[in-house]
Design a protein around this ligand. Structure first.
Ligand code: ASP
Ligand code: MG
Length: 409
């Protein structure tokens, strides 16, 4: 007899009917002879509604109280799912994060799990119960409720699977698996049967919303085999594991994209030795996330620096630069909004040179100007105009032969 952790996202538990349906999926797993721990998200758009509600009360609610508020969403679901299981004759018990022993660091709104005390959950499993755990939340060592960041229920599921040494962790969601690109934008997107942790991590960090990046990181660190699959359809999902055989020798396995990117350029930085470190230390201290960075030295020994940020960080970035102008020592700042990032990801790049060159060629043939580039061992990202984003994704998806993959159901 094995142990399986199942996770159901917000859409999958979005109504009473769906919760009853989820109970059936849990029972199916039990009938395969496995012990089951279920991790659930808040129902439907509950978390969003709670965020809105808070903003109507206080434009700057304290992070501690936000965590107390947001953690209620998952608490609703665990009780209802336990009731659904009990109604179907299955012994079940619900636990909030702290009841399940999920200890986090002392950070509100985006805490990391530091330890899971599994005794209680294990005891209940031994008594033959299904244990239903609230995702996305934990408790600090001083007893404060924390949350793990939006989408954090995935991380709860993987962390519990790791702590309990579960045989696998099934992430049930509203899509049937991990796709080569977003099927809502690109008709020829294909479901992948398998993808490596590293590739998935790149895709998740590049905005593929299907899994929380930290959950993938956790799964890789603890070697938890993950499966992403549909809670509605009886389709085979996508397995995420360490080594993946190259499906049809794919060099690229996914095309990710994200809009709302702004590039900022600082001209005429005067101190080549310290200006970079000062600028990015200052931005980091204001929690501004910088993505791609390009630096060039001009003929007159000044430095020009461009970097990309999220649109929403522009105002603060400009303020921070202005406020520190004297210390940073530069001539002027410009910015360009309305940009997007399009990236290709695949472990096959490690052993196949020329992938970036192919990408640039394909984009230039379509007259798409590349404004910024960044690469890792298994990814090439380009920043282009937002208007060209979907077109770029389509042509790259075709060029790297992802559209030719068989349709898996
Ligand atoms: N309910 C939380 C959110 O909407 C956590 C999750 O669903 O994973 O972000
Ligand atoms: Mg999610």
């Amino acid at each position: 007899m094995g142990l399986v952790v199942q996770k159901f996202g917000g859409t999958s538990v979005g109504s009473a009917e769906r919760i009853l349906h989820v109970a059936e999926r849990v029972i199916e797993e039990r009938n395969r002879g496995n012990d089951v721990v279920v991790v659930v998200s808040a129902m439907g758009k509950t978390t969003d509604s709670l965020v809105t509600l808070a903003s109507e009360i206080n434009p700057k609610p304290s992070k501690r109280e936000m965590d107390v508020l947001l953690s209620t969403g998952e608490q609703i679901t665990i009780s209802l799912l336990s009731m659904a299981l009990q109604a179907k004759g299955v012994d079940a018990i619900s636990y909030t994060g702290w009841q399940a022993g999920i200890e986090t660091e002392d950070v509100h709104g985006n805490a990391r799990i530091v330890k899971i005390q599994t005794e209680k959950v294990q005891e209940q499993l031994q008594q033959g119960k299904v244990v239903v755990v609230a995702g996305f939340q934990g408790v600090t060592d001083t007893g404060d409720i924390t949350t793990l960041g939006r989408g954090g229920s995935d991380t709860t599921a993987v962390a519990i699977a790791a702590a309990l040494k579960a045989d696998k962790c099934d992430i049930y969601t509203d899509v049937t698996g991990v796709f080569t690109t977003d099927p809502r934008f690109v008709k020829s997107a294909r479901k992948l049967l398998a993808i490596s942790y590293d590739e998935m991590l790149e895709l998740a960090n590049l905005g593929a919303g299907v899994l929380h990046p930290r959950a993938v990181e956790y799964a890789k660190n603890y070697q938890v085999p993950l499966v992403v699959r549909s809670s509605m359809e009886q389709e085979e999902g996508t397995i995420i594991e360490e080594e993946v055989s190259m499906e049809q020798n794919l060099v690229v396995r996914g095309v990710a994209f994200e809009d709302n990117i702004t590039s900022v350029t600082v001209f005429g930085l005067r101190n080549p030795l310290t200006s970079l470190s000062t600028i990015f230390t200052t931005l980091a201290s204001h929690h501004i996330n910088v993505d791609i960075i390009i630096q060039s030295l001009t003929n007159d020994q000044l430095t020009n620096l461009s970097f990309s940020i999220k649109d929403s960080d522009l105002e603060e970035t400009l303020n921070v630069l202005e406020e520190n102008k004297a210390e940073l020592g530069y001539d002027k700042v410009t910015s360009e909004q309305g940009l997007a990032k399009v990236s290709i990801v695949g472990s096959g790049m490690i052993s196949n040179p020329g992938v970036a060159a192919d990408m640039f060629k394909v984009l230039s043939q379509e007259k798409i100007i590349i404004k910024m580039v960044s690469t890792s061992e298994i990814k090439v990202s380009t920043v282009i105009e937002k208007e060209k984003m979907v077109k770029a994704v389509e042509i790259l998806h075709d060029a790297f032969e992802l559209s030719k993959l068989p349709v898996h159901v």
